[in-house]
Design a protein around this ligand. Structure first.
Ligand code: NI
Length: 349
């Protein structure tokens, strides 16, 4: 019997064992489910994250595109502005050029006006000079020109004629031979032709006969051309002594020196001549006799400027004999350097 029992036990179908297999299955199923859920959840997460990134990237791409467009627009605007500024610069430059041109025109006009105003004032004084209304109380000046005539004398005579200014020319006999027509013109235009010797020798070194010979040779030539003996004489270099004075008295001429020495022969400079005349220690004043030499171009230029300035300063121009006659008289053999006004006491200066 036991065998049978045993056999019975062994014949128990497997059905009696599944308790253990079912548990394993359930566990497996659970695991699979959990895994599946996990995978699905992860997948959904990944998909969602991916979408988020896509949206984010799309947004960034849009922003980038927008910014690029803005940059392009700004660059275009900048180019336009630069072109406009360049255009404005050109306009400003053109306007500045116009302004500069106008400034120059204004300055030119002001210069012209100043010149014309100066000329107008000068013209008035020239008219006064031409009217010839001269008295001892006039502000007088006598211009004298030595050592000529020369190549500039004709132009000097033109300038004096334009201004109605008479002068005194102390001519050399040897130059008279060269320019006889100018001597005649001087006399015809109201100038005085004075004797400055024949050959410009130092009269102090000559004998009385030598003095006479030198001086008479010049006087004879002058007389031949203008019809009378010269009224005044000036010694070469201003050198005289008693013998010269004796000759002058005999020849009925005063000896004319000067008070204003322009040093024109020395400087040969227009400004220096004018400075010496108007600002020097012995500057021009009422009654002055001014010494110049009409044989230099610089003297011609300076004398023209001098005449205009003297006119504007109210001077009346006279010849040396006129000056001396108006201011105390003229005597042969006497030496004159100027003819200042008599002081109130009546004593000649
Ligand atoms: Ni001289």
């Amino acid at each position: 019997m036991p065998l049978l029992e045993k056999s019975k036990i062994e014949s128990i179908p497997l059905k009696s064992r599944p308790r253990k297999s079912r548990g394993w299955l359930i566990t497996s199923l659970c695991l699979i489910t959990a895994l599946t859920v996990a995978v699905v959840t992860l997948s959904v997460n990944v998909v969602m994250r991916s979408k988020e990134y896509q949206q984010q990237f799309s947004l960034q791409a849009q922003t980038l595109s927008d910014l690029q467009q803005q940059l392009a627009a700004l660059q275009t605007q900048q180019q336009t502005d630069a072109a406009r500024l360049e255009e404005q610069d050109k306009t400003i430059a053109a306007q500045q050029a116009t302004l500069a041109e106008r400034d120059k025109q204004i300055r030119d006009l002001q210069t012209q006006i100043a010149l014309l105003e100066g000329q107008e004032a000068l013209n008035k004084m020239i008219l006064a000079q031409l009217s010839g209304n001269v008295t001892a109380d006039s502000k007088l000046v006598a211009l004298t020109f030595d050592d000529g005539p020369g190549p500039y004398t004709a132009q000097l005579l033109d300038a004096m004629k334009q201004r109605g200014i008479p002068g005194t020319f102390f001519v050399l006999g040897q130059k008279v031979d060269q320019y006889p027509a100018l001597i005649q013109r001087m006399a015809a235009e109201g100038h005085v032709v004075g004797n400055h010797s024949y050959g410009h020798q130092n009269l102090k070194k000559l004998s009385p006969e030598g003095i006479r010979s030198e001086m008479d040779a010049c006087s004879a030539r002058i007389e031949q051309l203008i019809g009378h003996q010269p009224l005044v004489m000036r010694c070469p270099g201003g050198n005289y002594n008693d013998a010269v004075k004796a000759y002058a008295a005999e020849a009925k001429m005063p000896i004319i020196q000067w008070d204003v020495d322009t040093r024109d022969w020395e400087s040969r400079d227009v400004n220096a001549i004018l400075t010496t005349t108007f600002e020097g220690r012995y500057r021009v004043q009422d009654g002055s006799i001014v010494l110049m030499h009409d044989i230099y171009g610089t003297t011609l230029e300076a004398s023209i400027q001098m005449m205009d300035r003297l006119l504007l300063e109210g001077y009346t121009f006279v010849t040396v004999p006129q000056l001396l006659a108006l201011r105390g008289g003229i005597r042969s053999g006497e030496v004159y350097t100027a003819a200042y006004k008599m002081p109130a006491e009546g004593t000649p200066q």
